[in-house]
Design a protein around this ligand. Structure first.
Ligand code: SF4
Length: 376
């Protein structure tokens, strides 16, 4: 039986770079380079086919903006995967899309390709917020796409952002209620992080007066938790909410420390005991693969001690927390004994709770970084 993995495919192309974005993505790339990139993805897959016996349980096509490329590339890639690997029946297959590059025609093609989950980068339905973020879609376009997504896809995710310049609790509430009215089975709510190297980072001084306070940002977060719950969209991870049985199986693999292989520039893998990442530069990626080498940039062996820490930190991201029986069996430890000091300290501050599971409290979710620190 093959080793079960999740497959992540990075498509690093976008129509236009958003002003807060620190993902590896390139705008206005010539068609030739896009074609070469997709050829390299196939070559990278061949390496795994020739060296390992794997069964693909989930496929996640992320970016960048996968919907920005000609769907013929996606079609060739998916056909290649199905004809070269064992793929689980009804394999959860996600494609990320943005409103400006998605249309009904593409949705129909994706459906024919066994893509059964769509993840749409809506971020906000307020035109001022969208403009400041440098997003190129309008709220009108986003609404049209939400309507199409709900019509064509049983399973779709809507990405929303909080903590945006000019955003306030009213504007977020309006966005949230409108999104809920489309009945999404899955919603992700991410806080804006101003990362080094982005336009927002360099313009922080002129932006900071327009950012909501931390308190306001937290209110938006808890409003999302509450309102989504009212509509049966339950929080199952710090930033993720889903109707029952619509949780993202692919992302759960990350939080459960299961194996996944990332292909494409800047993709990350956890496979055969190693965490590794590919080079970010697409030309370097293409050349390396063309010359018969994997385009690995960083690689680290994860020993048991390291794995245990990752298992705790990632597991705490899930609302149900960590099943202590599973943890103790997997790492052959007495959790309460080994982490007595950390647990007592975190409990004293009301950041964690323990029964059969070890999990964050509401307060712990707001201060999750402090909890992670205890296990690093
Ligand atoms: S669409 Fe997404 S990946 Fe592309 S530039 Fe904007 S935030 Fe970055």
């Amino acid at each position: 039986m093959g080793k079960k993995i999740g497959l992540y495919i990075h498509i690093p192309f976008c129509k236009k770079k958003c002003l807060y974005c620190d993902f590896v993505s390139y705008e206005n790339v010539e068609n030739n380079l896009v074609s070469e990139y997709f050829n390299s993805l196939q070559r990278e897959l061949i390496f795994y086919k020739e060296n390992y016996d794997i069964e693909i349980e989930t496929i996640y096509i992320g970016g960048g903006t996968p919907s920005a490329v000609d769907p013929k590339h996606i079609e060739r890639l998916i056909e290649f995967i199905y004809s070269n690997f064992k793929v689980k029946e009804n394999c959860e297959t996600t494609i990320e899309a943005n409103p400006e590059s998605l249309n009904e025609e593409k949705l129909k093609i994706y459906k024919l390709l066994n893509i059964n989950r769509l993840s749409i980068g809506i971020q906000s339905l307020n035109d001022i917020e969208l403009k400041v973020l440098g997003r190129i879609h309008t709220s009108k376009r986003a609404l049209e796409i939400l309507e199409l997504a709900a019509r064509y896809f049983e399973n779709f995710n809507v990405d929303l952002m909080i903590g945006l310049p000019y955003q306030n609790i009213e504007s977020f509430s309006k966005t949230l209620e409108t999104v809920i009215s489309f009945g999404p089975p899955h919603v992700s709510v991410y806080s804006l992080k101003i990362e080094e190297g982005t336009y927002f980072y360099y313009e922080y001084d002129s932006l900071k007066n327009y950012l909501p306070s931390e308190e306001e940002e937290r209110s938006m977060y808890w409003l999302a938790v509450e309102r989504l719950y009212d509509f049966g969209i339950y929080q199952y991870e710090i930033s993720n909410f889903a109707k029952k049985n619509s949780e993202c199986k692919h992302n759960l693999k990350y939080w459960d420390c299961e194996s996944y292989i990332g292909i494409g520039s800047s993709s990350h893998s956890f496979f055969e005991g190693y965490r590794y990442s590919n080079v970010s530069d697409i030309k370097e990626y293409i050349n390396s693969i063309k010359n018969g080498y994997l385009a690995v940039d960083t690689k680290e062996y994860i020993d048991d001690e390291e794995m245990e820490k990752e298992y705790i930190i990632l597991g705490l991201r899930k609302i149900e927390g960590i099943d202590l029986l599973k943890l103790e069996r997997r790492f052959n430890i007495d959790f309460m004994k080994k982490y007595k000091t950390q647990i007592e300290k975190l409990k004293k501050y009301g950041l964690v709770e323990i029964n059969s599971h070890f999990r964050l409290t509401k307060k712990g979710m707001d201060l999750a970084n402090i909890v992670w620190q205890e296990f690093i």
